[in-house]
Ligand binder design. Structure first.
Ligand code: SIN
Length: 286
């Protein structure tokens, strides 16, 4: 992600600037085509293209001028890389938060750490022993109550600032029937699914972790947010903030202002004056 892209987020109505994930060394990512829009979302296998973590540290004084939190996402290729990057970036005063990505499904030969509860626990312990900044993690989607509980037990033992639910739904497949070919090239066409397809899964993950995590761990919701009503649903489930993925790619940074205005409209119509009154208030049918 280039400086100009991050600056355009700085100038937009987005509440924070979040980099895409960075690694120790620069990476060009997976071969193209590696992203395709789909009728209700997207498929991607980007493979963490990025400029290397040092660049995102260099950008920080410029990005702080926008007066909003600057969050750097970290996705080291190895355990040791994650520890090194977190240690170095956590010493940079203009970076406000770190988000450790435990859930990229697109790295050939590398499993998603978030599906290995023991490994996640060991990594978090090590990372927090070197981190001097508030740090959160980005999780993959879970589908089974026992897995939510196992991961929540690990997370509740860490001084986490937040968890982000969810990364894309890993290893989907999208096909063009005329050419009978997978739409993207890497990994035999398999890639992470985002957009409307994943919203119910994302809401469920936010809700479950809201129920299970210590209340001092905030939850950031992401997955299929296209309009203000979608954000309202994430707030009801327990998110205190949201991230926008596919809609940002498809619409550009003006989506933040549109979605904020729509959320205001939904809240006014329903008689709410503050998001705090909505967070976590999902009702269950009796
Ligand atoms: C990618 O770069 O492959 C997407 C990022 C992610 O899924 O974590």
């Amino acid at each position: 992600m280039m400086l100009e892209e991050l600056e355009s987020i700085g100038k937009s109505k987005s509440g924070a600037i979040l980099s895409k994930s960075c690694t120790l060394e620069p990476r060009s990512g997976n071969p193209e085509p590696r992203y395709s829009a789909l009728p209700f979302g997207s498929i991607n296998s980007m493979g963490i293209p990025n400029l290397g973590y040092k660049k995102y540290a260099e950008f920080s004084p410029k990005l702080k001028q926008f007066g909003k939190p600057y969050i750097v996402s970290v996705s080291g290729m190895t355990f040791e890389d994650n520890v090194t990057i977190v240690k170095e970036l956590s010493a940079i005063s203009e970076i406000d938060f770190l988000e450790l990505n435990l859930s990229c499904p697109n790295l050939i030969g590398k499993p998603q750490v978030g599906y290995d509860f023991e490994q996640s626990k060991i990594l978090l312990e090590k990372v927090f022993s070197v981190c001097k900044k508030p740090l959160g993690i980005k999780l993959p989607p879970y589908f089974d109550f026992i897995h939510f509980e196992q991961m929540a037990t690990v997370l509740n033992q860490s001084p986490l600032a937040f968890v982000t639910c969810i990364n894309s739904l890993g290893n989907g497949l999208a096909i063009d029937i005329e050419s009978e070919t997978a739409l993207i090239k890497p990994k035999g066409g398999f890639g992470g699914i985002g957009g409307k397809y994943v919203k119910p899964t994302a809401l469920a993950n936010v809700r479950k972790f809201y129920e299970l995590l210590n209340k001092n761990i905030s939850i950031i919701g992401v997955g299929g947010i296209k309009n203000g009503s979608d954000v309202f649903e994430f707030l009801l489930c327990g998110s205190t903030a949201v991230q926008i993925g596919t809609t940002l790619v498809e619409e550009g940074v003006q989506c933040f202002e549109r979605i904020e205005n729509e959320l205001r409209g939904v809240m006014e119509r329903k008689g709410y004056s503050s998001v705090e009154d909505v967070i976590g208030k999902l009702k269950i049918k009796k």
